[in-house]
Write a protein of this length. Sequence first.
Length: 149
Amino acid sequence: MYQIMLVDDEDYILKALHRTLSLNTDWQVETYEDPREALRRARTTVFDAVVTDFMMPEMNGVELLQEIRELQPDAIRILLTGVIDIETVMSAINKAGAFRFIPKPWEDEQLLEALREGMRLHDILLENRILAQKVREQEKALQSLGLGD
């Protein structure tokens, strides 16, 4: 089961996103209108993906994703926005490590595919980290037996 956080200051957008993502039964979806509330939740709950709007009062989506990146570096970060300019895109990628930038209005299938692809990447990175740790542990064990380099 994947945990997905949706953040948008417009309730009807959140409802539409939630309805679309809820079609996938492997995804547990939480919605937040206030990015500060979303950050509080991210301090206590691990999310596999965060999808956020760019234009929100008090904190924009890039700022939110930057904070999420620090709290949960493994979370896939996706920015939704109706504001399409190169500065926003570059900021989302360079500052927040956004996995995808999706323009509003979005196509449901485009968003779902971005999340599915993000989850595949998330799983691969996690598996690689686990395997690398096992290799380090095995190398250490071999060294302690005098069999390593």
